[in-house]
Design a protein around this ligand. Structure first.
Ligand code: FMN
Length: 355
């Protein structure tokens, strides 16, 4: 598949995820064969005001390319200026977020609140294309506000007609948030309606799922979010499946440990010990979620006070479970919990998903 002059073949995209797709994780996913990665969404207003946190969220190094920067906004002039500013950093794609279902975003008429207004989406895309200095512009959309108001074709056409280079279809409605099964059927139908590339997103947790979505829809590529948490291996496994028809399968606990420790080092370099520790604890659970003994790890991990103790715990844990087969019942329970909410170890009230 080509985006502008960039050919990423059929490789998987890593989805934008707030508080997750920082540079440390993007690098790991790239090393494992992700076709393109994304920053988390950043406020267009923050970009033009040089807000420190915003700049931090969208900064990337040259060796992370190809990369997309995702913006959140609803004002054509601000998005024009933001695209212009972002384009100076030479990302491979600038994406407009029209999918975020979080109330605090939608109440400001941004994210998935824009879905109701294809005319406005078209206008925003046109302004971004005008500002982006030749960097291709994409839009990540959902199917519509809810099942009775699916207008994904109108939005797809508005994106294409106004110069958008790519459409990413998250095959759920705004009302679905994250916990229903994505309806891939719509991705295939959008693909038939437009001539720019279409990327499908939603409910893919294994290389087999990705292939099934691509086969069912005929779309150009797939974007994966929760299926990549603690699982950068999904990229290399999928690439191998496409090349040789063979999925090498889940990695053993030694490989998982090695990759996680590498990510923890990346996190420490990027954020320093205190912030890195908090993030590293979440990733540690995600990496080991489908291995035996994750409940034991959960009990221990949140009381850890520094990165070296965390590294030691991870090593001991990986050694302990190296020859222990996963408990099928525990695996099934965690799998269900994880698909319902990302921070599956918290209670329903405590667990929120941004994005
Ligand atoms: C923790 C988390 C953060 C997210 N943040 C963003 C974001 O910043 N921008 C965005 O467009 N989508 C965001 N999303 C949505 C994902 O990109 C993706 O569309 C959604 O999770 C469906 O894909 P999946 O079924 O593979 O998880 C986020 C999802 C999660 C789980």
């Amino acid at each position: 598949m080509k985006i502008g002059n960039l050919d990423i073949g059929s490789k998987l995209f890593l989805a934008p995820m707030a508080e997750v797709t920082d540079s440390s994780f993007r690098k790991i996913c790239k090393e494992h064969g992700a076709g393109i990665t994304f920053t988390q969404m950043v406020s267009a207003e923050g970009v033009i005001k040089n807000n420190f946190e915003t700049l931090r969220h969208f900064s990337f190094s040259r060796n992370e390319k190809p990369i997309g920067v995702q913006v959140l906004g609803n004002d054509p002039e601000i998005l024009f200026d933001a695209a212009k500013e972002i384009s100076k950093h030479k990302p491979d794609l600038i994406d407009l977020n029209c999918g975020c279902p979080v109330e605090k975003v939608c109440s400001k008429n941004m994210g998935s609140a824009l879905l109701d207004n294809p005319g406005m989406i078209g206008k925003l895309v046109r302004k971004m294309v005008d500002g982006a200095n030749g960097v291709p512009v994409s839009v990540k959309i959902r199917l519509g506000k809810d099942k009775s108001r699916i207008n994904v074709f109108d939005n797809a056409r508005a994106i294409e007609d106004n110069g958008g280079s790519l459409i990413i279809v998250h095959a759920r409605t705004r009302a679905d948030k994250y916990d229903t099964e994505a309806d891939w059927n719509w991705i295939g139908r959008v693909k038939e309606k437009v001539s720019i590339p279409v990327v499908g997103n939603g409910s893919m947790f294994s290389p087999k799922d990705v292939k099934a979505m691509l086969d069912a829809t005929g779309c150009d590529s797939a974007m994966i979010a929760r299926g990549a948490l603690g699982n950068p291996f999904i990229f290399s496994r999928f690439n191998k499946l496409m090349e040789d028809g063979i999925d090498p399968g889940e990695p053993d606990s030694a490989t998982v440990m090695k990759t996680l420790l590498q990510q923890i080092n990346n996190l420490e370099n990027e954020f320093g010990e205190i912030v890195a520790l908090d993030k590293a604890k979440k990733h540690s659970i995600w990496y080991f979620k489908y291995h035996s003994g994750v409940s034991f790890l959960l009990e221990k991990v949140f009381s850890i006070k520094n990165l070296n103790d965390l590294r030691q715990l991870i090593q001991e844990h990986a050694d302990r479970i190296l020859h222990t087969a996963a408990d099928k019942d525990e695996h099934a329970i965690i799998h269900k919990k994880f698909q319902r909410k990302v921070l599956f170890w918290l209670s329903e009230e405590d667990s929120t998903v941004a994005g």
